[in-house]
Design a protein around this ligand. Sequence first.
Ligand code: NAD
Ligand code: ZN
Length: 367
Amino acid sequence: MKTLQTGISNARHVTNYSFGSGNLKILNDLLKTRRLESNSSVVFFIDHFFENEGNLVERLSVESEDLLIFIDTTNEPTTEGIDQQVEHVRQRLDNIPCALVGIGGGATLDTAKAVANLLTNGGKAEQYQGWDLVKQPGVYKIAVPTISGTGAEATRTCVMTNKRTGLKLGMNSDFTVYDQVILDPDLTTTVPRDQYFWTGMDAYIHCIESLAGHYRNAIGDAFSRQTLALCREVFLSEDMQSAQNREKLMVASYLGGCAIASSYVGVVHPFSAGLSVVLGAHHCVANCITMRSMQEFYPEPYEEFWQMVDRQQVQIPEGICRGLREDQYDLLYDSTVVHEKPLTNALGEEFKTKLTPTTVRSTYELM
Ligand code: NAD
Ligand code: ZN
């Protein structure tokens, strides 16, 4: 297979990261330093799960002028929802906050990233969907992941759906990368089993797609291989949620995020995006559903994936495309083949000769 240049030569990483059980405690000290420097407030975006569960909020030093915003992650972030959050923060605070903290999964971490960019750049979220459209550094931001897999804590994007245009695309920018990441595997103890698997598999799937692609570079490959090694240890073991495995998966998620920064995904993500845009399926479960029809494209990972599902006894929804209308299949086709870069990565420049409306439809029918 001919290797193509990724065109990615200068990758931004998270400035600081800190890892360890119980590590959430360093957040308060980090914020203290920020507060002293600028004398302004902190905005916390926290997954709604923690509003009434556990003692996470009690462990944060929230001051009276700070904003504590719980993010309803029932639906994935939209550009409109992000604009509303920005407006809310602007109305409640006189100054730019000294820090934004995102505590949650990919949806919450992406919300904090997008709001941080908009507070300093102005305008609407949809204006920045694309590559390198953000002009100013965003507000200083800290990520505290509470579920592992998407790598959102490490990447230079924040995925948002634009309901008006149907576009699901993030603000791909060096300014979107977190300044600080706090990795504390204790925070993932409460994740429900199926969700833990679906989200964890995002890291696995990104990396099998990258390593099977045409666009390659040595650094992306190295991150991907190590991510896969950790995912195998976790998902082929007896108990994917043991303390040790939650720690490993948190590292896999972070490294998987670094891998995407210097590589591209393949066939799974475009099909999964179709399920999200047309049928509203969440990203990570949609990836797993897509794996039902990936035997032809990724034969070995396909076998391994289903072996992991078996080992962990988790549920992957089935029959999502049963009874769909013609117009829905048309939309699924359009929202799959629009992802030219990943599809070229996987299938070459003539990918549309392989992905015709008929083959795309039969791929969806297998799900
Ligand atoms: P999520 O943020 O969508 O949350 C999934 C579910 O897990 C929610 O119900 C949430 O309440 C729950 N949850 C989170 N932490 C929990 C905990 N500790 N205990 C119990 N429940 C918990 O999760 P996700 O799968 O990490 O993220 C998916 C999102 O990430 C999508 O919006 C996707 O587009 C985005 N994404 C972003 C990137 C990126 O690079 N920025 C990459 C891939 C995916
Ligand atoms: Zn993904």
